[in-house]
Design a protein around this ligand. Structure first.
Ligand SMILES: [Zn+2]
Length: 295
């Protein structure tokens, strides 16, 4: 009897197991195809990022999509210990700042080879895929919204739409959308800030050729490679305004010198090593503060 029951259970389960396996395979294939498609588009658009380099990064299974249905690529590099600093790294929130995407890919490739596990990194190398990957790239997303004005404003700042009408002369490049977080691309970043809880957000732009920093709880680096610190202040609805003034998470904004010309390889390396050593210094300082607190 026992034998009969076991055999019948196995036979009954077989079709279910076979079906699940096929379903998992097709879901995996769907994700793989989506990622490969977007890598093919990136490789065609950016002369500094090859399709092979993009695919070699083995992006995480896509979870988020743009207005136009493109996956928003993500790559998480987990730390080996739970209290490691967490860094949310964002490239290409403005689709016409090509270098911000290309340089982010270079740093991603470096990290992919040398990730030590000392820090926890979460990368979105192309936050506005529709803006970049159309025939004529645009700063704004497919709904003509400047994603870097589509966040929630801090209480002391005006509403982004009011500011745009009164102070930004309604210039279309800076249109913040009808309401904060109206766009799926800015909602992704908002959700990651809520769930991932980064210690710092790094966002890459061009072409001001400076290093900007929002956050008075940390001493910012004086420079990253060739970029020198110059704090510009924040705009209502910008990521810097939301992350620092609402969430108290410092934001480092790397403004590369040119939107359409890559920095020299040596400068790409120097910016990365300066960034990593600054994160290391801040970690040491943080640990010293924690250790010196009364038990
Ligand atoms: Zn920008």
């Amino acid at each position: 009897m026992k034998h009969f029951l076991t055999l019948s259970s196995v036979l009954w389960l077989l079709p279910v197991v076979a079906y699940s396996s096929t379903a998992t395979q097709s879901v995996d294939q769907k994700y793989k195809t989506e990622t490969q498609n977007v890598c093919a588009k990136i490789g065609r658009k950016l002369s500094s990022v090859s399709v092979k380099e993009c695919n070699a990064l083995s992006f995480d299974v896509p979870r988020f999509y743009s207005v136009g249905g493109l996956p928003i690529l993500e790559k998480h590099f987990p730390a080996t210990h739970a209290d490691a600093p967490k860094i949310l790294f964002i490239g290409g929130i403005h689709g016409d700042e090509y270098s911000s995407v290309s340089v982010t890919f270079k740093w991603l490739s470096t990290l992919n080879k040398h990730h030590s596990g000392a820090y926890d990194w979460h990368f979105l190398p192309l936050a506005n895929p529709d803006g970049l990957l159309q025939s004529r790239s645009s700063r704004v997303n497919q709904n003509n919204v400047d994603l870097n004005r589509n966040f929630i404003s801090a209480p002391d700042f005006p509403e982004p739409l009011v500011h745009w009408k009164k102070k930004a002369r309604e210039r279309s490049r800076y249109y913040p959308g009808q309401a904060p977080l109206s766009e799926p691309e800015s909602r992704v970043i908002h959700q990651l800030i809520e769930e991932y809880r980064p210690d710092i957000v790094v966002s890459v732009h061009a072409p001001h050729g400076i290093l900007d920093f929002d956050g008075s709880n940390l001493q910012p680096p004086k420079k990253l490679g060739p970029l020198h610190l110059r704090q510009l202040g924040t705009y209502p609805g910008s990521l810097g305004n939301y992350a620092w003034f609402v969430k108290r998470i410092p934001v480092m904004t790397i403004e590369l010198e040119h939107a359409g010309i890559m920095p020299a390889s040596i400068d790409i390396s120097r910016m990365w090593t300066d960034l990593v050593s600054w994160v290391g210094e801040k970690t040491v300082e943080r640990n010293q503060v924690v250790l010196s607190e009364p038990q």
